[in-house]
Design a protein around this ligand. Structure first.
Ligand SMILES: Nc1ncnc2c1ncn2[C@@H]1O[C@H](COP(=O)(O)OP(=O)(O)OP(=O)(O)O)[C@@H](O)[C@H]1O
Length: 254
């Protein structure tokens, strides 16, 4: 069943010297529980598309709907995570950061104010994201990988239908990146959420996604491709390498 639908999207940024067109005639339907990666060269419009689909931007023309209802603004059904390590509140601990979106009216946030249902959900999320022993840490005491884990945990706590991830692991070193890729896959399988994932990294897209939206060049062409690789995926096998080369040639074919 489809959870998110974009129909004939057009989008241009307004600049002093006129319009800067980014997307033209983009239509897309995303299934509930699907993992879609969005890839393409720098500046092709990946983040813009994610911001449109999540309601942070409005299209110039065309329509976006979630389960049949127009998407007119961001809401809790969709949670966004960015590449930036500084998306946490520096004065709140890991667990307070996770709780904050639901308890922001209760500042200063006392843990005893947390409802028991939320407390057990928090424990589950700290467990699945491996953050239990860091729950009392402040963001400045965390590595980049732990900060991104906390951002993911916070998004999960809001219990979204869709996770919008904009290069969330882009600033991490290779081992932390692999660790978080595995964590995301685990969470995706366990929680059965829809994931839209922007990345520069073709291997990362092939490793994670069911389907890929590939901006093939800077002139606003795109294609949708199923990822036939069976899970769990091995990035060193011949089939993986072959698909990677095919995708590279699509992106560079301009
Ligand atoms: N707020 C803005 N105002 C004007 N132009 C913008 C704005 N944000 C992005 N752009 C331009 O729109 C185009 C698409 O940007 P976008 O960030 O969506 O691309 P991207 O594919 O995500 O790039 P990258 O991979 O480098 O992050 C680029 O040419 C960019 O310079």
């Amino acid at each position: 069943m489809s959870i998110l639908k974009a129909e004939s999207l057009h989008f241009a940024y307004d600049l002093d010297k006129g319009k800067h067109p980014v997307l033209e005639e983009l239509s897309l339907e995303i299934d509930d529980g699907e993992f879609l990666a969005i890839i393409g060269p720098s500046g092709c419009g990946k983040s813009t598309l994610l911001r449109l689909l999540s309601g942070f931007l409005r299209p110039g023309s065309g329509k976006i709907s979630r389960k049949g209802r127009d998407v007119l603004r961001p809401d809790r059904a969709g949670q966004m995570i960015f590449q930036d390590f500084n998306q946490l509140f520096p004065w709140l601990t890991v667990e307070q950061n996770i709780l904050f979106p639901q308890y922001r009216f209760l500042l200063p946030l006392k843990m005893k104010a947390v409802r028991s249902g939320d407390q057990s959900r928090l424990e589950g999320i700290l467990e699945v994201t491996g953050l239990n022993s860091f729950r009392k840490y402040l963001p400045h005491q965390l590595s980049g990988g732990l900060k991104q884990r906390t951002a993911l945990a916070r998004s999960l706590f809001a219990d979204p239908q869709i996770l919008f991830l904009d290069e969330p692991f882009g600033s991490l070193d290779a081992p932390s990146r692999m660790e978080l890729q595995n964590l995301l896959l685990r969470v995706w399988k366990e929680k059965k959420r829809t994931v839209l994932f922007v990345t520069h990294d073709i291997s990362e897209a092939l490793l994670l996604a069911d389907r890929l939206l590939v901006f093939e060049s800077r002139n606003r062409r795109f294609g949708l491709y199923d990822n036939p690789l069976p899970r769990p995926r091995d990035r060193h096998c011949d089939e993986f390498r072959k698909r990677k080369i095919e995708l590279y040639s699509l992106i560079e074919s301009d």
